[in-house]
Design a protein around this ligand. Structure first.
Ligand SMILES: C=CC1=C(C)c2cc3[nH]c(cc4nc(cc5[nH]c(cc1n2)c(C)c5CCC(=O)O)C(CCC(=O)O)=C4C)c(C)c3C=C
Ligand code: FE2
Ligand code: FE2
Length: 333
């Protein structure tokens, strides 16, 4: 039976026009895995307040980071899928690769159809989130199950739950950071900024915070010889509830008074640059740090299509494909 690989990321608007941002946010923020409020309470707030104001406010933000090929998240995700597919082809591994977004396009339904059309009866799903969270990873599994509910002849599925602990991921980050310091010199502090989550989700058993702590621990261990102190914080708070702390912006604003005036920031929870890294961190947080008396703010980009990361991801995927490929290609695993 033929196997295929489905890379899945969050999703992004199809253009920076307010109506497209609104359509994207409506789908994303209506997901009960993302905003865990009863629909009767949440939908009036979402439709009446959040969507009209937030979609207009985001137009300029998306416009500032938009790339020639579209939204950065889509551009980088497509490039990652293409590189993985090229790698498989060069290794004579007959495994098709597709990209889907949980919200928007390319949709999960169309990507699954694409793999089924190529006779893939086994599908490895790779949520592109190193740290597991119900609002990101689990919702992909939920959606795939609901799509597969409409198939008479269902494929076999495997899902990668997390990969923050995989050497292919950690070593790619470590090499990226070391190469950046070799080229530009070291900062006083390295801040790892992870996407935030409501504290309530963690209290209710979401392992996301532990996964972020694990990532921090592994990076501290691997970079111990560099002599740069490493902190972690959480960005992108949404709504009035308490989110994971410390918050990235507050952490950065407090640094200068503590004598930390040269900082590097990297976002290990995102494997592809997007609005949250390029606008919120590289533009907004950089400005807040400088306003608070900071002198040097440097953003280290996400792994995107770095060669070492693509090789690392290739290895992670091939390990999860074991036993699934025809004998000839299993030898290449
Ligand atoms: C309750 C709201 C949200 C939760 C929970 C949440 C978790 C979460 N999100 C990501 C990754 C991304 N989020 C992105 C954008 C984004 N996230 C939220 C809200 C929640 N995220 C909103 C409203 C938005 C849109 C932008 C904004 O209004 O600020 C993106 C970028 C999308 C893009 O187009 O570039 C990513 C990626 C993770 C990893 C996560 C939980 C760990
Ligand atoms: Fe988010
Ligand atoms: Fe944001």
């Amino acid at each position: 039976m033929k196997a295929g690989v489905l890379l899945v990321n969050l999703g992004t608007p199809s253009s920076f026009a307010a109506r497209d941002i609104r359509r994207y946010l409506a789908e994303f923020l209506s997901d009960r895995r993302v905003v865990e409020l009863p629909a009767v309470l949440w939908q009036p707030i979402l439709r009446g307040v959040i969507l009209p104001f937030r979609s207009r406010r985001l137009v300029h933000k998306y416009q500032q980071v938009w790339m020639e090929g579209g939204s950065p998240l889509l551009v980088h995700s497509l490039a990652q899928a293409q590189k993985i597919a090229e790698g498989f082809a060069s290794q004579n591994l007959p495994v098709p690769v597709a990209l889907a977004m949980r919200y928007g396009k390319p949709s999960l339904a169309s990507a699954l159809e694409d793999l089924r059309q190529q006779n893939c009866e086994r599908i490895l799903v790779v949520p592109m989130y190193p740290q597991y969270a119900a609002s990101t990873t689990a919702t992909i599994l939920d959606k795939i199950a609901s799509i597969a509910a409409g198939f008479r002849d269902q494929p076999e599925f495997r899902f990668i739950k997390r990969f923050y602990h995989e050497p292919g991921y950690i070593n790619a980050l470590v090499s990226k950071i070391k190469a950046f310091w070799q080229l530009n010199g070291k900062p006083q502090r390295l801040l790892l900024s992870f996407h935030g989550l409501p504290q309530r989700s963690v209290n209710q058993g979401d392992p996301y915070f532990k996964d972020c702590e694990g990532t921090l621990h592994l990076l501290r261990q691997a970079l111990a010889g560099e002599g740069v102190k490493i902190d972690a914080s959480f960005q992108s708070r949404f709504g009035a509830e308490k989110w994971l702390e410390p918050a990235t912006q507050a952490t950065l604003e407090a640094y200068p008074a503590k004598g930390v005036k040269r900082v590097d920031v990297i976002c290990p929870g995102f494997v592809a640059d997007c609005l949250e890294t390029l606008e919120e961190i590289q533009l907004e947080c950089a400005g807040a740090f400088q306003q608070a008396g900071g002198e040097q703010f440097r953003y280290i980009p996400c792994l995107n299509s770095d060669e070492q990361w693509i090789n690392g991801l290739d290895g992670i995927i091939k390990r999860h494909l074991q036993g699934w490929c025809p004998a000839q290609s299993d030898q290449a695993l």
